[in-house]
Design a protein around this ligand. Structure first.
Ligand code: COA
Length: 374
């Protein structure tokens, strides 16, 4: 057996999937065969969620049924609201999301049923409840009253409503919805692979999603959208951007929101998200971050040939929408629950325990000496 080490599983194909296809050579991404750009243009997030979970776009009756179930599961148990109220106010909301999904697993009657039918039902419950848990924490830590979900609102509208008490203008909701569609699925990224690895021991969907949230939190993965905002806040104004980025490159710093393990000449999701970032900046009459965005991007491409990834435009877009910076990655979570769930179900349907090998480089064989002889 070859002992060649492939750090980070670089270039290794570990399984097959029908959920999405990333095509870096043509900067393209499809969910179940549909281009994400088309899904963003013609669908709401709920339709994309249905597609990812069930394999096909819904017709209007199927969508209505799907939404009825999702909306019906949005509210949390009294117990979970209480637990969230007692969480330290300084907790990172990603840790709150992770804990909330874990508690949902304790409360779900079907936790141990790993059938496709039960998993589909559980996925929808997790998708419906996680935004409520996050919004409740959003309000509680600001000393505000929790706002319960509203059944007549779409998934995106309801999240704004639960966080801010109102739904913004439709262009803002659309931009948010587009970001959810773009974040929903991306093949074998690290959090999805984490979810599949957990699943491969025949563990359950709540556990797999809990682990995936922990994985997404890291700044090299989902956490990058928050880091982008910290970077933009450090830069402060467009006049500082050129000096800042040149200095960062001189110091060989990792510039957040740039680079990708798979895309090497541009992330397929960026042009769509950038267009919506521009729309939001125009509506909010605040183009400061857009100008910083362009300057940093230009230098990164011209000097390093490193292109932005989707976290680069989503960070400042969420900021302009009014979300706290540490809520950017949790927004990624509420969308990616769909992709994770589809992969968890795919893993269950043709499972093989994921168990790679390691090349040992520790001490040679040693004999244990008795305590008084060491
Ligand atoms: N800023 C500065 N340099 C970067 C960079 C970035 N964001 N991304 C990659 N590079 C450099 C690396 O330092 C490396 O340079 P070297 O060959 O001189 O050592 C080269 O580009 C190749 O990158 P590599 O580290 O092999 O890419 P990877 O596939 O292992 O890493 C990421 C991909 C995403 C981890 C990496 O690009 C990164 O850390 N980006 C910032 C975090 C981020 O935005 N994550 C979200 C991803 S969707």
């Amino acid at each position: 057996m070859s002992e060649e080490v492939k750090k980070g599983l670089l270039g290794i194909v570990v399984d097959e999937t029908e959920v999405s296809k990333v095509m870096p050579e043509i900067n393209s991404l499809t969910y179940r065969g549909y281009a994400v750009q088309d899904l963003c243009e013609f669908c709401r997030f709920e339709e994309a969620a249905y597609l990812i979970l069930k394999g096909d776009l819904p017709n209007s009756i199927e969508l209505r049924q799907f939404e009825k179930i999702e909306r019906g599961h949005r509210d949390l148990s009294k117990n979970l609201y209480e637990i969230i109220k007692h969480m330290p106010k300084k907790s990172h909301p990603m840790d709150v999301a992770r804990t909330a999904v874990s508690v949902m697993g304790l409360e779900d009657k079907e936790t141990t049923d790993n059938s496709q039918e039960a998993n589909t039902r559980k996925a929808l419950r997790i998708l419906a409840k996680t935004p409520t848990a996050l919004a409740a924490f959003y309000r509680i830590r600001k000393g505000k009253k929790i706002i319960k979900p509203k059944k007549e609102l779409t998934f995106a509208e309801n999240f704004f409503y639960m966080c801010f008490g109102k739904v913004p203008q439709k262009e803002i909701v659309k931009a948010f919805d587009v970001s959810l569609i773009l974040y929903a699925e991306h093949s074998f990224n690290v959090s999805t692979f984490t979810a599949r690895t957990i699943t491969s021991s025949l563990s359950d969907i709540h556990g797999a999603i809990t682990g995936a949230i922990a994985s997404l939190k890291g700044p090299l993965h989902g956490g990058a959208n928050e880091e982008v905002m910290h970077m933009m806040n450090k830069i402060k104004k467009p006049e500082n951007a050129l000096k800042w980025i040149n200095n960062a490159l001189k110091k060989k710093e990792v510039v957040m929101g740039f680079g990708h393990r798979v895309y090497k000449s541009g992330d397929s999701r960026v042009p769509t998200m950038k267009a919506y970032f521009k729309k939001v900046a125009k509506l909010k009459k605040d183009k400061k971050f857009l100008k910083i965005y362009d300057i940093v991007e230009k230098v990164m491409i011209s000097k390093k040939n490193i292109h932005p990834n989707v976290d680069y435009p989503t960070g400042p877009t969420y900021h302009l929408m009014g979300f706290d910076t540490d809520f950017f990655t949790p927004i990624f979570v509420i969308s990616r629950i769909t992709g994770w769930s589809a992969h968890i179900m795919e893993q269950h349907s043709s499972n093989k325990l994921i168990r790679p090998l390691a090349k040992y480089k520790g001490s040679k064989y040693r004999k244990v000496m008795l305590l008084n002889q060491r």
